[in-house]
Ligand binder design. Sequence first.
Ligand code: ADP
Ligand code: ZN
Ligand code: ZN
Length: 825
Amino acid sequence: MIPVKENQLSHHRHIVSVAVALPVHDTFCYSIPEPLAPHACPGKRVLVPFGRRTVTGYLVGPAEEPTDKIDPMEIKHILDVLDDTPLFPETMIPFFQWIAAYYMHPLGQVIHTALPAGLNLADIAVLTIGGAGAEAVATPHPSPLEKIVLSALAKRPAGIKQLQKEIGQPVSWALIHQLRQRGWIQVDRQIKARQIRPKTVRWVTVKQTAPASERFSVQRKIIRNLLETKGDLSVPELKTRVPTAPALVRAMQKAGQVTVYEKTVYRDPFGDPIEPDIPPRLTAEQAEAVSAMAPLLGQGFKTVLLAGVTGSGKTEVYLRLTQAALDKGLRVLVLVPEIALISQIERRYRARFGETVAILHSGLSQGERYDQWIRIANADATIAIGARSCIFAPFGDVGLIIVDEEHDASYKQEGGLSYNARDLAVVRARHHNALTILGSATPSVQSWYNVSVGKYATARLTRRINRQPLPAIQIVDLSQSRDDRGIRRYITAPLQQAIKKTLDDGNQALIFLNRRGFSAFVICGHCGQPLRCKNCDISLTLHKRANAFRCHYCGFSKAAVSTCPSCGSDKIRLLGVGTEKIQEAMTHLFPEARVARMDRDTMTRKGSIVNLLKDLKHRRIDILVGTQMVAKGHDFPGITLVGVVCADLTLNFPDFRAGERTFQLLAQVAGRAGRGDRPGRVILQTYNPNHFSILAAKDQDFKAFFDQEIGFRKALGYPPFSRMIAVRISGKDSKQAAAHARALGENCRKLLTADGPYCGRIQVMGPIEAPLSRIAKHHRWQILVKSQHTAMLHRFAYELILDHRAAPAGRQVKVTVDVDPFFLM
Ligand code: ADP
Ligand code: ZN
Ligand code: ZN
């Protein structure tokens, strides 16, 4: 799979460094017993003794310490080598090591996170005896165990677990590898998941030699004509002109008038075949961007921020640069936000580059993902496209990394290894001396700051492809309708009129509200008690269709009641709106319209998003109501109106990025309007019509937003003027969690003593109760550590956490570290 010299470690006297997949921060030295030596190489999994246990680890290279310092009596042996080929290229190990150090996460667990599930050879290998093996059984060469194994396999092929059961004793992978090397057995990977068969379509060539006959039916003449003028065509294509084409082609084939051949086609996420596309002529702006960036390929590490308004054709720029990279023999990694899995990028890449594209994302089955991973590792694919975990795609070398919608929050992994794939793209590019392109219509404050200080270069696309102006945005002040009753508080007259006009014109409307459910709060009108989740410190939301009160943080759900659990009053009041209520209002106000909803409640079944988008594309939906799921990436020419019901929901979060997120979300959702040849319009309702985040979103003007925001960040010393590490403490027992948070806070103060290195360089905020102080029965505290000195910040955090380990809190309290935290709730 990956070319490695099998015994390249032998000159290190068989002592290697192993990262175990356990929460320990060091790597460990092991020696390789002679028989395993040919199989042990970096990138493979090994079985090692660890304390009194036997654990899996990853072989990451020769021992770090000089081998003459290692006492040969002390060192333990590797017990087995678990893979026949490396799972990742050796060149990725420094990248993994960087991640481990920066995100303060054990190396073995970093590697474990990077590898997709289903790579475990033990689960999928099928052992079959080879011809030479059958002969060998009869000779005295094999050892007794080998003989037993061979005779068992001679009866029937088996997986290793099955084999062990059959012969009643353990079989090591080392033995399997040996038998395989001698050619006695064969090891095949069998993927249990369903195999995707490539889809093929029939293509038709006209036989020039066949005489045109006057006796041809009109239809046959049309087909012949088409083929003669246009060249080969597919049967589905012919069918669009002549409905009976499939049958006619068969008849014509029989009569020797045409020949038919099969061609593999790729399917888009809608299940439709993807025809190869013809690159369009670039606009002047696109051409300029491409010719500015293409020469940077293969010229060393560099990052360019491609800032282009929504609909300006960024994807076409990515495609051209990808082509330029391939022309130079470079490999390409393309990251897209989670929601864009179903967007057009994958389709467009397939249409342009066909078989050289590998796709990695959570929508694939284990078997499919395994196949894609191996194609990348084998370099069968030259382009890998995927969501955030695709940053770990096992290319030995990468020349271009593209991050689409670089501002998107879905690049941040929460929990476990908390990494940011956008940031890792730049890090990986540095390791490979590659070019990174970060694209967005609403670049993050962090990235634009890097442009402003000269760390990143920039390229701009300022106009939409269709030459349409950006949609006209009308701001509606919601406080004017505060006294209106019922739904008119939220669907104001201007919005209602705009929807009506859109429908009258035969266009589609997108109504956005970033809250699902029917009501936002449930409150008792008598005693004033809100109904709260029993696990969280959060009020419940009514979901009318499900007739349930639900918690949006832990998923707790209970049957909707009509009386207050505290006082028994029946004056239950539903405050605020969610998408469910907006959908109901739309159905009520526009009874003729076909209304659909897209949020996490309606999109639970696999394929439901795809079906809904398909309906939208084919104009089977007139009004789409949705949460931020509708905001990103989609390109639907029929949508001419975007209505934002309430722009303020994210604005008041106690998080320093609240303004940035609001700006990005609004500018992106507004960008969904007017992407076809009809101009778009946006109605943006808000209680804060003069807030700069909202005004900047109105003009999709990220520069205006940045110029204001950066002042606040600077004044308060927030990123990008500093870096932060969040230490999170959580536990079921409120007293224990609080006590532990305070103890860690005390440690911080000790480390900050006046004459120490951290004094005046590190700022500690907290411990405080997290803004969401209880989620899923866990009480949450946080300490934010902030500094302008990255290295010092890390040293401080390491000391703090290691100190804490000296006085562990027991299993009741969990401490996690989030470097460059994104959500401070
Ligand atoms: P963005 O990602 O910047 O929002 P897209 O890449 O989705 O924009 O492009 C918007 C639309 O314009 C797409 O339908 C795309 O196919 C089309 N397009 C892009 N470049 C060109 C071009 N040079 N000529 C014609 N159409 C183009
Ligand atoms: Zn009450
Ligand atoms: Zn809850």
